[in-house]
Design a protein around this ligand. Structure first.
Ligand SMILES: [Zn+2]
Ligand SMILES: [Zn+2]
Length: 144
């Protein structure tokens, strides 16, 4: 994977760069992500938040996820594109929404999570790891 990735929102008001390499990549089928990813699984690149630099203004929406974690989701207030998410209890990691990357190729999901919440037509990559619910954090014992 590349050591530095760049991206931004749909309208261009928010731009960012993030130093890599990512901790992991995941496609999330949780019910919250289905809202935020327009019906599909959200494709997430999990990075060290220390490496994230953002220009432009983002708005934050705080909610409690199915995992029980309080999530802080950041989006562009002009075009509504979701850019980042982070768990309040794990501020050292930030989720970057793969659709906002200038080059989404490195976001190829290593695992599919919350597969128990996906609709019957919801696709998963049989080559990837699957978790019915929330996996351990990247870098934890099982690592992914
Ligand atoms: Zn925007
Ligand atoms: Zn999710």
């Amino acid at each position: 994977m590349k050591d530095k990735m760049t991206g931004g929102c749909f309208c261009g008001a928010v731009r960012y760069e993030v130093e890599g390499p990512p901790l992991t990549t995941r496609a999330c089928w949780c019910r919250d992500c289905q809202y935020l990813a327009c019906g599909n699984a959200a494709v997430n690149v999990i990075c060290a938040s220390a490496g994230l630099k953002v220009t432009g203004v983002t708005t934050e929406y705080v909610s409690v996820a199915d995992s029980g974690n309080e999530m802080r989701r950041r989006f562009c207030p002009t075009c509504g594109t979701g850019l980042f998410s982070a768990a309040t209890c794990r501020p050292e990691a930030v989720v970057v929404r793969a659709g906002t990357l200038d080059d989404p190729a490195p976001a190829h999901p290593a695992s599919y999570i919350w597969t128990s919440s996906r609709p019957a037509w919801g696709l998963v990559d049989p080559q990837a790891r699957h978790f019915e619910q929330q996996p351990p954090p990247p870098g934890a014992a099982r690592g992914d």
